[in-house]
Design a binder for this molecule. Structure first.
Ligand code: HEM
Ligand code: HEM
Length: 172
């Protein structure tokens, strides 16, 4: 699946919107806004919307954004580690295999966070606050590791990795 000669375009607008929207919601609700106010709920619903849109986009969006372009695979993650170890650069059409594992882990945790949040709100869930905050703090723990991975890719030679997620353009 990896390809050494694919020209890479930037991420499409929906991937970029949902990425920065989700990241902002996580930082706001996880760090700044207490769980017992109205603001937490609105930011939480925004996070739910971004996550839902992105997951639908994974089925119907452009090729690079589809789950089929970055299937979770431990075998490919191991090969990817081997590439890193040998200093070999391979361009991946979508997320690289380690990045894909991180994306699925973050999405699964976020689904748990918003799912338990909703259940607490509707009264269906009883006492889910511990699960809700544990999952949220796990996302907050993984986020800097994710950013470290992105910076590592940049240092390894993919100079446009962050630009593709911001402007959707790659440098000429
Ligand atoms: C980005 C998504 C979210 C994150 C990162 C997040 C994070 C947190 C954290 C860390 C806590 C425990 C500490 C505190 O009270 O501040 C909490 C509490 C809570 N959250 Fe969330 N949350 C999110 C989304 C939601 C959603 C979607 C809902 C409901 C629709 C929700 C409802 C609640 C409720 C009811 C509490 C308990 C408040 C209390 O009684 O003190 N959260 N959240
Ligand atoms: C709480 C904060 C964050 C969360 C939860 C998060 C989550 C994610 C997720 C789920 C993806 C997969 C995107 C998709 O396919 O839709 C992703 C990709 C990405 N994120 Fe983040 N992110 C966060 C913060 C950041 C920050 C601060 C940066 C800035 C350096 C960043 C840079 C990127 C880049 C460049 C990609 C694409 C990597 C690639 O080309 O494969 N993220 N992030």
């Amino acid at each position: 699946m990896s390809d050494t000669s694919v020209p890479r375009a930037g991420w499409d607008p929906l991937v970029r919107l949902t990425h920065w929207g989700t990241a902002s919601a996580v930082l706001l609700n996880g760090v700044l806004v207490e769980g017992d106010g109205q603001a937490h709920l609105w930011i939480g619903y925004a996070a739910l919307t971004f996550l839902g849109l992105r997951l639908i986009w994974g089925l119907v969006g452009p090729r690079e954004a589809r789950f089929s372009a970055f299937r979770p695979s431990l075998a490919r993650a191991r090969d990817h580690l081997g590439d890193i170890w040998l200093g070999r650069r391979v361009t991946h059409r979508s997320h690289n295999p380690l990045g894909a594992l991180m994306a699925y882990t973050l999405w699964a945790l976020l689904a748990l966070v918003v799912g338990t949040g909703l259940m607490m709100e509707t009264g269906a869930g009883g006492d889910l606050e511990d699960l809700h905050s544990a999952a949220a703090y796990l996302v907050l723990l993984l986020a800097p590791i994710h950013v470290a991975g992105v910076l590592f890719e940049k240092l390894r030679g993919d100079g446009d990795v962050i630009r593709r997620m911001i402007t959707g353009e790659k440098r000429e």
